[in-house]
Design a protein around this ligand. Structure first.
Ligand code: NAP
Length: 268
């Protein structure tokens, strides 16, 4: 059954031809951002990718070249001038933007274990700044590039925003902020023709996920409890990202769409 679905997915028709997208958050091939970038490129979107620091530049450039990315530039979202320069560069090299995929998050490892009440002021601030505040910070700067062309902004969240997932702690609180930001931004940007949505992904083994204590038991729990009786793949998130970037989702904004094998509907 899954093989047949994968074959059907391979029969795509380039429904994002002529569109341009900025993807933030590719660290390596396991990144959710990479799966999103691959799905968007497969459907014909022209891409810009970012890397957060010199350490990641080489690998992100290599991945970007494989995906035919037009622009590959540095951007640490805690540095406002990095975002300014990025938007300026995209304006110069690509002219306009139809889509932004925001797939970045950060919390100090010591904040992702134990009791939430022990959260430090600094740990709280950095998780909020990178994982939540960066969305409006990027969106408002990119408006001039997106206005007037059916824009779509997509971010990545997790159900730890609305339910208690032990150890997710400060990141759950940051994701709650992020999801509220999606709604407020959707309200601000709807009149300008820009939609804003979140994908709430089930757990996927990535670099960031490896920082969460007891991640393996989360995967086992989902496989046991979710209606589809399995975990999801990053490619499944990428396909929903392509849908949200396309005009097929033109009536959807301010929403959180679950790609979690149905886990979110379960009460027990
Ligand atoms: P990932 O591969 O580690 O990606 C996270 C990215 O955020 C990395 O590229 C990271 O760069 C970047 N980042 C961190 N601080 C940054 C900063 N100051 N400026 C710019 N970029 C920064 O992990 P991922 O799992 O794919 O995460 C992508 C998104 O999906 C996150 O929002 C995450 O919360 C969300 N999500 C993941 C899961 C999951 O189970 N994996 C589930 C639901 C939602 P560095 O590597 O250099 O820090």
């Amino acid at each position: 059954m899954r093989d047949r679905c994968a074959e059907e997915h391979a029969l795509t028709n380039g429904f994002l031809q002529g569109k341009k997208g900025l993807i933030l958050g590719v660290a390596n091939k396991r990144s959710v951002a990479y799966a999103c970038a691959s799905a968007l490129a497969r459907e014909g979107m022209e891409l810009a990718l970012t890397y957060v620091n010199d350490r990641l530049e080489k690998s992100v450039r290599q991945l970007g070249e494989e995906l035919g990315a037009k622009t590959i530039a540095p951007c640490d979202v805690t540095q406002p001038e990095d975002i300014d320069k990025l938007v300026e560069l995209i304006g110069a090299e690509m002219g306009s933007l139809d889509c932004i995929v925001h797939a970045i998050a950060f919390a100090k490892r010591e904040e992702l274990t134990g009791n939430y009440m022990e959260v430090s002021r600094e740990g709280y601030q950095i998780a909020q700044e990178v994982s939540a505040y960066s969305l409006p910070a990027i969106a408002r700067r990119a408006i001039p590039l997106m206005e007037g062309q059916d824009g779509s902004i997509i971010t990545l969240t997790y159900i730890g925003s609305e339910r208690v997932i032990p150890n997710y702690n400060v990141m759950g609180v940051a994701k709650a902020s992020l999801e509220a930001s999606v709604r407020y931004l959707a309200h601000d940007l709807g009149p300008r023709g820009i939609r804003v949505n979140a994908i709430s992904s089930g757990p996927i083994r990535t670099l960031s996920a490896s920082g969460i204590d007891n991640f393996k038991s989360m995967l086992d729990h989902i496989a046991d409890r979710a209606p589809l009786k399995r975990n999801i793949t990053a490619e499944e998130v990428g396909d929903v990202c392509a849908f949200l970037a396309s005009s097929m989702s033109r009536g959807i904004t301010g929403s959180t769409i679950y790609v979690d094998a149905g886990y979110n509907i379960m009460g027990l």
